[in-house]
Design a protein around this ligand. Structure first.
Ligand code: GLN
Length: 472
């Protein structure tokens, strides 16, 4: 079996045609994981026994003809999405032994579809980072070039798919954590509209920004996985109502060129311009647009997000659950548990978040950032109302970087310049493979980001498939 070319769509066809069984397919992936994971470190844990049992049950369903889109398809789950009875550690020492007591809503949906869960994937601790170097369990390598990072925070999920150790995977995206690793490993990664996919059972990072979404080999697969996990959920108060969207066929693409002055490497921009030209040949009209506030997205994000992080991680205090250090005084239990349970980047963000929310500084930082966030959102909405169907940018300013090369936190944050405005605005976006650039004699993939209006996922899939066709 050639796993390198296997997509959800292709596996579905072959399973239904009885060319192979889900058990055979699952065994194939489990042996690929055995062979490669020690080096790549995409998975923190695999679940051979239950995966084979799930595959067996899926084969029964297929034999009876009760088939859903994902029946019998082996997937990887990011380590911050709850599966009842399984450890979900968010790659933190704090939750090293935390067993989920319930299923997340996306887990429920995948179980109902008869999916096979191969294991949980590595990530930056609590989804904070762009390289998986912030994992408490060691970094993941990029299968394209193992001297480089796979991106983050969903780097384990991306490496599992790019390294042919899963057909597809789920990640979470607070400021780019699905799109950026997709870009750096040559995959498709999509962040849905805020509220399109339930966050119930996702370990919270920045609650007003987080969304679960797919990492796949093709746009068609991203659509299949998105359709399987989306939908209103009474357990998530920010969940959108179910509504059929009629989205017109996209024609006009907005290009915010002034925004690209934010540090994009020259050959990355050249590749981006090439894809744009191909879209124009395919019949799209390109229009120059201005998003004057978007460059401030990075500054806004690194205030709003840590504020929410400091609140969400407050519950991890050494008392209620998770890692706990004994001490004489209660205060020392809190201080010692948090000091030893959280890694450096997590502590940095809790401190920044607590500071920007504090009585003397909330007006200067948090409230100001909220106001600028509202303006960023309005800029997107105004562009889309002026006849623009989608906006495109490079996904990241540069290709995959080497381990340790962005040890300065601010250099790492700069990686998110094109992805965070999307989360701040709540709109959906997808990263599709957008060519390669050469570094140290190696061809490295880079992503092409497409951004659509709220609930405009269909637009992302249409343009994304046109980019794929143009790629040939
Ligand atoms: N790289 C960004 C950060 O470090 C995004 C993380 C994410 O989307 N979870 O916050």
């Amino acid at each position: 079996m050639d796993l390198s070319k296997l997509t959800i769509a292709e596996a579905r066809r072959a399973l239904d045609a009885k060319e192979f069984s889900s058990v055979e397919l699952t065994r194939e992936y489990l042996s690929a994981i055995k062979e490669k994971n020690a080096d790549i470190h995409a998975y923190l844990e695999t679940w051979e026994e239950s995966a084979l049992a799930e595959a067996n049950a899926a084969d029964d369903r297929i034999a009876k003809g009760s088939i859903a889109s994902l029946t019998g398809i082996p997937l990887a789950m990011k380590d911050n999405i709850l599966i009842e009875g399984r450890i979900a550690s968010a790659a933190s020492k704090m939750l090293e032994n935390y067993h989920a007591t319930y299923d997340s809503t996306v887990t429920v949906k995948l179980k109902e579809a008869g999916t096979v869960f191969l294991g949980r994937t590595n990530m930056d601790e609590f989804a904070m980072g762009s390289s998986t170097e912030n994992s408490a369990y060691g970094p993941t390598k990029n299968p394209v070039d193992t001297s480089r990072v796979p991106g983050g925070s969903s780097g384990g999920s991306a490496a599992a798919v790019a390294g042919d150790m899963a057909v597809a995977a789920l990640g979470s995206d607070t400021g780019g954590s699905i799109r950026q690793p997709a870009s750096l490993t040559g995959l498709v990664g999509m962040k849905p509209t805020y509220g399109a996919v339930s966050r119930f059972g996702l370990i919270a990072m920045g609650s007003s920004l987080d969304q679960i979404g797919p990492l796949t080999k093709t746009v068609a697969d991203a659509k299949i996985l998105f359709e399987a996990i989306r939908g209103h959920d009474a357990n998530d108060s920010t969940s959108l109502p179910n509504r059929e969207e009629t989205v017109r066929k996209p024609k006009v693409i907005g290009v915010p060129r002034a925004f690209f002055n934010s540090g994009v490497e020259k050959d990355v921009l050249d590749q981006f311009e090439k894809k744009l030209a191909l879209l124009q040949t395919a019949g799209y009209e390109l229009r120059d647009i201005e998003l004057p506030t978007a460059p401030y997205g990075l500054a806004v994000y690194y205030i709003v997000m840590p504020a929410e992080v400091s609140t969400n991680l407050g519950r991890l205090d050494g008392i209620r659950y998770g890692h706990s250090v004994q001490a004489e005084q209660l205060y020392d239990v809190y201080a010692k548990s948090r000091a030893t349970g959280f890694g450096a980047e997590t502590r940095r963000r809790v401190l920044v978040g607590t500071f920007v929310l504090s009585a003397g500084y909330a007006d200067a930082y948090y409230r100001k950032a909220k106001a600028v966030r509202a303006e960023i959102r309005s800029e997107f909405v105004r562009s889309f109302e002026s006849g623009i169907d989608a906006i495109v940018t490079p996904t990241t300013p540069s290709p995959a970087f080497t381990f340790g090369s962005k040890s300065d936190p601010v250099a790492m944050y700069a990686e998110d310049v094109f992805s965070v405005p999307v989360n701040l605005a709540g709109v959906p976006a997808i990263s599709v493979p957008g060519g390669t650039v050469e570094r140290d004699g190696k061809k490295l993939p880079i992503g092409f980001q497409i951004i659509a209006p709220h609930r405009g996922e269909e637009t992302l899939f249409t343009i994304g498939e046109d980019v794929e066709k143009a790629n040939g």
